[in-house]
Design a protein around this ligand. Structure first.
Ligand SMILES: Nc1nc2c(ncn2[C@@H]2O[C@H](COP(=O)(O)OP(=O)(O)O)[C@@H](O)[C@H]2O)c(=O)[nH]1
Ligand SMILES: [Mg+2]
Length: 220
Protein backbone atom coordinates (compact mmCIF):
# COMPACT_ATOMS: atom_id res chain seq x y z
CA UNK A 1 0.00 0.00 0.00
CA UNK A 2 1.22 3.47 -0.84
CA UNK A 3 -1.37 5.83 0.57
CA UNK A 4 0.96 8.77 1.10
CA UNK A 5 4.30 9.82 -0.30
CA UNK A 6 7.00 7.60 1.20
CA UNK A 7 9.67 9.26 3.37
CA UNK A 8 12.18 9.03 0.52
CA UNK A 9 9.83 10.83 -1.90
CA UNK A 10 8.96 13.31 0.77
CA UNK A 11 12.55 14.55 1.14
CA UNK A 12 12.51 15.55 -2.52
CA UNK A 13 9.21 17.38 -2.29
CA UNK A 14 9.24 21.15 -1.89
CA UNK A 15 8.60 22.61 1.51
CA UNK A 16 5.63 24.93 1.12
CA UNK A 17 3.89 27.21 3.55
CA UNK A 18 0.63 29.00 2.95
CA UNK A 19 1.25 32.50 4.27
CA UNK A 20 -2.01 34.18 3.22
CA UNK A 21 -5.45 32.79 2.42
CA UNK A 22 -8.54 34.84 1.77
CA UNK A 23 -11.95 34.28 0.26
CA UNK A 24 -12.34 35.91 -3.16
CA UNK A 25 -15.65 35.12 -4.87
CA UNK A 26 -18.37 32.50 -5.51
CA UNK A 27 -19.82 32.06 -9.00
CA UNK A 28 -22.29 29.56 -10.48
CA UNK A 29 -20.48 29.24 -13.83
CA UNK A 30 -16.90 28.90 -15.11
CA UNK A 31 -17.46 31.85 -17.46
CA UNK A 32 -17.89 34.14 -14.44
CA UNK A 33 -14.86 32.88 -12.52
CA UNK A 34 -11.94 35.27 -11.90
CA UNK A 35 -9.32 35.70 -14.69
CA UNK A 36 -7.25 32.53 -15.15
CA UNK A 37 -4.06 34.48 -14.50
CA UNK A 38 -2.44 32.14 -11.94
CA UNK A 39 -2.39 28.40 -11.27
CA UNK A 40 -5.43 26.85 -9.67
CA UNK A 41 -6.00 23.78 -7.46
CA UNK A 42 -9.54 22.49 -6.86
CA UNK A 43 -11.18 20.36 -4.15
CA UNK A 44 -14.20 18.18 -4.80
CA UNK A 45 -16.09 15.32 -3.15
CA UNK A 46 -19.45 14.25 -1.75
CA UNK A 47 -21.39 16.72 0.32
CA UNK A 48 -20.23 16.52 3.92
CA UNK A 49 -16.99 14.67 3.05
CA UNK A 50 -15.01 17.40 4.82
CA UNK A 51 -13.91 19.66 1.95
CA UNK A 52 -14.30 22.97 3.74
CA UNK A 53 -12.69 21.58 6.89
CA UNK A 54 -9.69 20.26 4.93
CA UNK A 55 -9.26 23.57 3.10
CA UNK A 56 -9.34 25.40 6.42
CA UNK A 57 -6.82 22.98 7.93
CA UNK A 58 -4.42 23.41 4.99
CA UNK A 59 -4.69 27.18 5.16
CA UNK A 60 -4.48 27.33 8.95
CA UNK A 61 -7.72 29.32 9.18
CA UNK A 62 -10.78 27.71 10.74
CA UNK A 63 -13.12 30.39 9.41
CA UNK A 64 -11.95 30.52 5.79
CA UNK A 65 -14.38 28.11 4.11
CA UNK A 66 -17.77 27.67 5.68
CA UNK A 67 -18.19 24.28 7.28
CA UNK A 68 -21.55 22.87 8.24
CA UNK A 69 -23.22 19.77 9.53
CA UNK A 70 -26.00 20.30 6.94
CA UNK A 71 -24.83 18.95 3.59
CA UNK A 72 -25.78 20.16 0.11
CA UNK A 73 -25.67 23.90 0.76
CA UNK A 74 -22.88 25.18 -1.45
CA UNK A 75 -23.77 25.10 -5.14
CA UNK A 76 -21.11 27.58 -6.23
CA UNK A 77 -17.54 27.57 -7.51
CA UNK A 78 -15.78 29.21 -4.54
CA UNK A 79 -12.44 30.90 -5.23
CA UNK A 80 -9.83 31.65 -2.57
CA UNK A 81 -6.71 33.76 -3.04
CA UNK A 82 -3.64 32.00 -1.71
CA UNK A 83 -0.10 33.24 -1.23
CA UNK A 84 2.46 30.57 -0.45
CA UNK A 85 6.19 30.39 -0.05
CA UNK A 86 8.55 27.59 -0.95
CA UNK A 87 12.27 27.24 -0.39
CA UNK A 88 12.99 27.26 -4.10
CA UNK A 89 10.51 29.78 -5.44
CA UNK A 90 10.12 32.60 -2.98
CA UNK A 91 6.48 33.53 -3.28
CA UNK A 92 3.63 32.13 -5.29
CA UNK A 93 0.08 33.31 -5.79
CA UNK A 94 -2.56 30.78 -6.76
CA UNK A 95 -6.24 30.03 -6.49
CA UNK A 96 -7.71 27.35 -4.30
CA UNK A 97 -11.22 26.32 -5.34
CA UNK A 98 -13.92 24.75 -3.18
CA UNK A 99 -16.34 23.04 -5.59
CA UNK A 100 -19.94 22.08 -4.78
CA UNK A 101 -20.34 18.57 -3.43
CA UNK A 102 -21.90 15.67 -5.30
CA UNK A 103 -23.97 12.70 -4.22
CA UNK A 104 -26.28 14.45 -1.79
CA UNK A 105 -29.26 12.11 -1.50
CA UNK A 106 -31.89 14.80 -1.15
CA UNK A 107 -31.04 16.79 -4.31
CA UNK A 108 -33.51 16.57 -7.20
CA UNK A 109 -32.71 15.05 -10.60
CA UNK A 110 -32.75 18.57 -12.07
CA UNK A 111 -30.24 19.93 -9.54
CA UNK A 112 -28.02 16.91 -10.10
CA UNK A 113 -28.04 17.52 -13.86
CA UNK A 114 -27.19 21.19 -13.54
CA UNK A 115 -24.45 20.29 -11.03
CA UNK A 116 -23.05 17.84 -13.59
CA UNK A 117 -22.85 20.30 -16.46
CA UNK A 118 -21.53 23.08 -14.23
CA UNK A 119 -18.75 20.85 -12.90
CA UNK A 120 -17.93 19.38 -16.30
CA UNK A 121 -17.66 22.88 -17.78
CA UNK A 122 -15.47 24.06 -14.95
CA UNK A 123 -13.16 21.04 -14.91
CA UNK A 124 -12.72 20.85 -18.68
CA UNK A 125 -12.63 24.55 -19.55
CA UNK A 126 -10.72 26.14 -16.71
CA UNK A 127 -7.34 26.43 -18.41
CA UNK A 128 -5.30 27.30 -15.30
CA UNK A 129 -6.60 24.27 -13.34
CA UNK A 130 -3.53 22.16 -12.52
CA UNK A 131 -5.04 19.39 -10.44
CA UNK A 132 -8.19 18.38 -8.57
CA UNK A 133 -8.13 16.79 -5.13
CA UNK A 134 -10.95 14.24 -4.86
CA UNK A 135 -11.97 13.76 -1.23
CA UNK A 136 -13.09 10.35 -0.03
CA UNK A 137 -14.64 9.69 3.38
CA UNK A 138 -12.31 7.13 4.98
CA UNK A 139 -15.15 5.73 7.11
CA UNK A 140 -16.89 4.07 4.18
CA UNK A 141 -16.21 1.21 1.82
CA UNK A 142 -15.83 2.35 -1.82
CA UNK A 143 -18.91 4.34 -2.87
CA UNK A 144 -20.26 4.10 -6.41
CA UNK A 145 -20.63 7.86 -6.80
CA UNK A 146 -16.94 8.44 -5.91
CA UNK A 147 -15.67 5.71 -8.22
CA UNK A 148 -17.84 7.01 -11.05
CA UNK A 149 -16.53 10.52 -10.55
CA UNK A 150 -12.91 9.34 -10.62
CA UNK A 151 -13.52 7.24 -13.72
CA UNK A 152 -15.09 10.27 -15.36
CA UNK A 153 -11.94 12.29 -14.59
CA UNK A 154 -10.02 9.54 -16.38
CA UNK A 155 -12.26 9.72 -19.44
CA UNK A 156 -11.74 13.49 -19.52
CA UNK A 157 -8.00 12.90 -19.01
CA UNK A 158 -7.80 15.37 -16.15
CA UNK A 159 -5.14 15.13 -13.40
CA UNK A 160 -6.33 14.40 -9.88
CA UNK A 161 -5.23 13.08 -6.50
CA UNK A 162 -7.21 11.44 -3.70
CA UNK A 163 -7.48 12.56 -0.07
CA UNK A 164 -9.10 10.25 2.47
CA UNK A 165 -10.83 12.44 5.05
CA UNK A 166 -11.78 12.10 8.73
CA UNK A 167 -9.06 9.50 9.38
CA UNK A 168 -9.16 10.44 13.09
CA UNK A 169 -12.53 8.70 13.27
CA UNK A 170 -11.07 5.36 12.19
CA UNK A 171 -9.07 2.69 13.97
CA UNK A 172 -5.85 1.92 12.01
CA UNK A 173 -7.10 -1.50 10.86
CA UNK A 174 -10.40 -0.18 9.56
CA UNK A 175 -8.69 2.70 7.80
CA UNK A 176 -6.21 0.43 6.06
CA UNK A 177 -9.03 -1.89 5.01
CA UNK A 178 -11.10 0.90 3.44
CA UNK A 179 -8.07 2.36 1.69
CA UNK A 180 -7.11 -1.05 0.31
CA UNK A 181 -10.66 -1.74 -0.87
CA UNK A 182 -10.68 1.64 -2.57
CA UNK A 183 -7.37 0.95 -4.30
CA UNK A 184 -8.56 -2.49 -5.43
CA UNK A 185 -11.72 -0.97 -6.86
CA UNK A 186 -9.72 1.65 -8.78
CA UNK A 187 -7.39 -1.03 -10.14
CA UNK A 188 -10.41 -2.73 -11.76
CA UNK A 189 -10.46 0.13 -14.28
CA UNK A 190 -7.08 1.87 -13.90
CA UNK A 191 -3.54 0.64 -14.64
CA UNK A 192 -2.04 2.58 -11.75
CA UNK A 193 -3.06 4.51 -8.68
CA UNK A 194 -3.25 8.29 -8.27
CA UNK A 195 -1.35 10.11 -5.50
CA UNK A 196 -3.20 9.44 -2.25
CA UNK A 197 -3.21 11.18 1.12
CA UNK A 198 -4.53 10.20 4.53
CA UNK A 199 -5.94 13.30 6.20
CA UNK A 200 -7.73 14.58 9.26
CA UNK A 201 -8.82 18.20 9.48
CA UNK A 202 -9.35 17.62 13.18
CA UNK A 203 -5.78 16.42 13.86
CA UNK A 204 -3.87 18.19 11.08
CA UNK A 205 -2.92 14.82 9.59
CA UNK A 206 -1.62 14.96 6.00
CA UNK A 207 -1.06 18.71 5.97
CA UNK A 208 2.66 18.67 5.13
CA UNK A 209 2.29 15.94 2.50
CA UNK A 210 -0.61 17.70 0.80
CA UNK A 211 0.95 21.16 0.77
CA UNK A 212 4.17 19.65 -0.63
CA UNK A 213 2.17 17.91 -3.35
CA UNK A 214 0.28 21.10 -4.17
CA UNK A 215 3.55 23.05 -4.36
CA UNK A 216 5.00 20.50 -6.75
CA UNK A 217 1.84 20.56 -8.88
CA UNK A 218 1.77 24.35 -9.04
CA UNK A 219 5.41 24.49 -10.14
CA UNK A 220 5.06 21.76 -12.76
N1 LIG B 1 -13.83 14.06 13.14
C1 LIG B 1 -13.72 14.78 12.04
N2 LIG B 1 -14.78 15.45 11.56
C2 LIG B 1 -14.65 16.17 10.41
C3 LIG B 1 -13.40 16.22 9.71
N3 LIG B 1 -13.56 16.99 8.60
C4 LIG B 1 -14.85 17.40 8.63
N4 LIG B 1 -15.51 16.93 9.70
C5 LIG B 1 -16.93 17.20 10.05
O1 LIG B 1 -17.77 16.77 8.96
C6 LIG B 1 -18.82 17.71 8.73
C7 LIG B 1 -18.78 18.23 7.30
O2 LIG B 1 -17.61 18.97 7.10
P1 LIG B 1 -17.47 20.09 5.96
O3 LIG B 1 -16.05 20.53 5.95
O4 LIG B 1 -18.50 21.16 6.11
O5 LIG B 1 -17.81 19.21 4.66
P2 LIG B 1 -18.08 19.68 3.14
O6 LIG B 1 -19.56 19.65 2.97
O7 LIG B 1 -17.43 18.62 2.32
O8 LIG B 1 -17.47 21.03 2.95
C8 LIG B 1 -18.66 18.80 9.79
O9 LIG B 1 -19.51 18.51 10.86
C9 LIG B 1 -17.19 18.69 10.19
O10 LIG B 1 -16.94 19.14 11.50
C10 LIG B 1 -12.27 15.49 10.26
O11 LIG B 1 -11.16 15.44 9.74
N5 LIG B 1 -12.51 14.79 11.41
MG1 LIG C 1 -18.27 22.82 2.26
Amino acid sequence: MKATASPADWLLLPDMQIIQASYLISKPDVAQCPPADRPEFAFIGRSNVGKSSLINMLCGNQRLAKTSATPGKTQMINHFNIVSRTGKKQRQEWYLVDLPGYGYAKTSQKTRKSWGSMIENYLRKRENLRCTMVLIDSRHEPQKVDIEFINQMGEWQLPFAVAFTKCDKMKPGGLERNVQLFQQTLLETWDGLPPMFLTSAEKGLGKDEMTAFIAETLEG
